[in-house]
Design a binder for this molecule. Structure first.
Ligand SMILES: Nc1ncnc2c1ncn2[C@@H]1O[C@H](COP(=O)(O)OP(=O)(O)OP(=O)(O)O)[C@@H](O)[C@H]1O
Length: 440
């Protein structure tokens, strides 16, 4: 079990100083802006202006291009890189059929393939997913179908292939978002390797995470069920990841769609947060879970203050995190339409239980009840209550949430140890004897 889940504040500050974004901001005279009042939209608009040279649809006669970590390494040379990642200039895409990728693949040579994160061709992805075979399909979301793939000399990847209706709107904005997001690196964030266009195909390539989503673990369709200590670790990982996004540059990156199905779980039951910054794109999909007005997000998780004001801040993520905490304690989905009326909206029901001093009633029936976990649950509810404050200014920061959760985890471990010792005196005596022998 890993102990260190995120960078220290110093490291964060160092990264902030080093970030290419800030370099560019400095060049543009925007690096020192106080952006507390900026919305992500403002930020994106300025990003579009800054990066406009990178992606000018229609200016280049290309059918395939990559946006990813290559640019990250050479932000001062974005224009050169833009053309160097234009794979059509020296590969097969010349003459390929735009509407039939299997034809284009067949007619392609792969002479220009440069394997590695952020620099891959459509052919490489096509091969990596065994021609987008059903055997490699791992999921379906608002953006499109997700496939597992293995780059020939690179890592396992998840390949997100856009549905047709994600093709047009907001594309230049999206590309700029991708450009920014591909620079973000944190242990608890799913790494974005890059973005690829090939004819009508739009493909996002991200780090593959092996052990399903948090939602699947809570539903019991994956794994052995999560203990309270494991849930606390996951909540802390998420809090670290989102704190990092919020503090990444002077312009915070707001996740916009924190939910249990966007938390991916590793083999050792730690969390990696996926899909940061994508909510706008996914919201193009008219699926029921998305609100297709100006307000983006997933039903049940969206900050009411944001819905009212359309003003997006980091505190909207804090609200969604509050919903997530309740989801993790109760095991329930945010909205459960089949339940009786007073239990349908989980946060409302669970918070009411907690206020009445009956937090244990709202606790996931699969969690073991004992003094240590009951106490931890109560404290998590208290934090969730603060995150769910109707007015954003009353909510804690994400960094503060992480600190509170650390404290809860520490107390839980201490109490669990005492409880364990007093319930198993013989085993405890045996362990102590063993310790004495070892130290002797
Ligand atoms: N990086 C990844 N590694 C492994 N599996 C993934 C990865 N990303 C997505 N998946 C799988 O694909 C499914 C669909 O993911 P996707 O992000 O497209 O949609 P979603 O987050 O479930 O829903 P929505 O798009 O509505 O927010 C996930 O539920 C998960 O099972």
């Amino acid at each position: 079990m890993k102990k260190t889940t995120g960078p220290s504040l110093n490291q964060l500050n160092q990264r902030k100083r080093n970030s290419a974004f800030q370099d560019k901001g400095a060049r543009n005279g925007t690096g020192s802006h106080n952006v507390k009042n900026h919305t992500v939209l403002t930020y994106l608009k300025s990003a579009v202006r800054r990066c406009v040279g990178l992606f000018l649809p229609g200016k280049r006669k290309t059918s395939s291009k990559v946006v990813g970590n290559d640019e990250r390494k050479n932000t001062d040379k974005v224009r050169e890189l833009s053309s160097s990642t234009d794979l059509s200039s020296n590969n097969s895409n010349k003459g390929s059929s735009k509407s039939n990728f299997s034809h284009s693949y067949a007619s392609s040579s792969s002479s220009s393939n440069q394997i590695g994160p952020g620099n891959f061709s459509f052919e490489e992805i096509y091969r990596a997913t065994s021609k987008f075979s059903l055997d490699n399909k791992i999921g379906e979301g608002g953006f499109g179908t997700v496939y597992k793939g293995k780059l020939s000399n690179g890592p396992l990847v998840a390949v997100k292939r856009a549905k047709k209706d994600v093709q047009n709107k907001h594309l230049s904005e999206f590309k700029n978002e991708i450009y920014t997001l591909s620079k973000v690196e944190h242990l608890n964030l799913v790494r974005l390797y890059g973005y690829l266009e090939h004819g009508e195909e739009k493909i996002i390539v991200v780090e593959y995470v092996n052990n399903g989503t948090l939602r699947e673990h809570l539903d019991g369709t994956r794994g052995q069920g999560l203990e309270i200590g494991e849930r606390l670790d996951i909540a802390i990982d998420v809090a670290h990841a989102v704190t990092y996004l919020h503090m990444y540059t002077d312009h915070p990156i707001i996740h916009r769609d924190i939910k249990a199905s966007n938390i991916l779980i590793t083999d050792n039951l730690r969390a990696k947060v996926a899909d940061f910054g994508f909510a706008r794109l996914a919201a193009i999909d008219p699926s029921k879970t998305h609100i297709s007005t100006q307000v983006k997000g997933t039903a049940g998780y969206v900050d009411p203050d944001y819905m009212r004001t359309h003003h997006l801040t980091e505190k909207s993520d804090v609200y969604s995190f509050g919903v997530l905490l309740v989801e993790m304690i109760t095991g329930r989905h945010p909205v459960e339409p089949q339940r009786q009326l007073n239990e349908r909206v989980t946060i409302r029901w669970a918070m009411q239980m907690w206020k009445q001093g009956e937090a244990v009633v709202a606790m996931d029936p699969r969690l073991r009840r004992n003094p240590a976990s009951n106490k931890a649950i109560e404290k998590i509810f208290r934090l969730a209550y603060q995150c769910l404050a109707p007015m954003r200014k009353s909510r804690p920061s994400m960094k503060n949430c992480a600190e509170v959760l650390w404290g809860i985890r520490k107390d839980f471990r201490d109490k669990a140890l005492t409880h364990h010792s007093s319930n198993f005196p013989e085993r405890n005596a045996r362990n102590n004897k063993h310790k004495t022998l070892v130290s002797a």
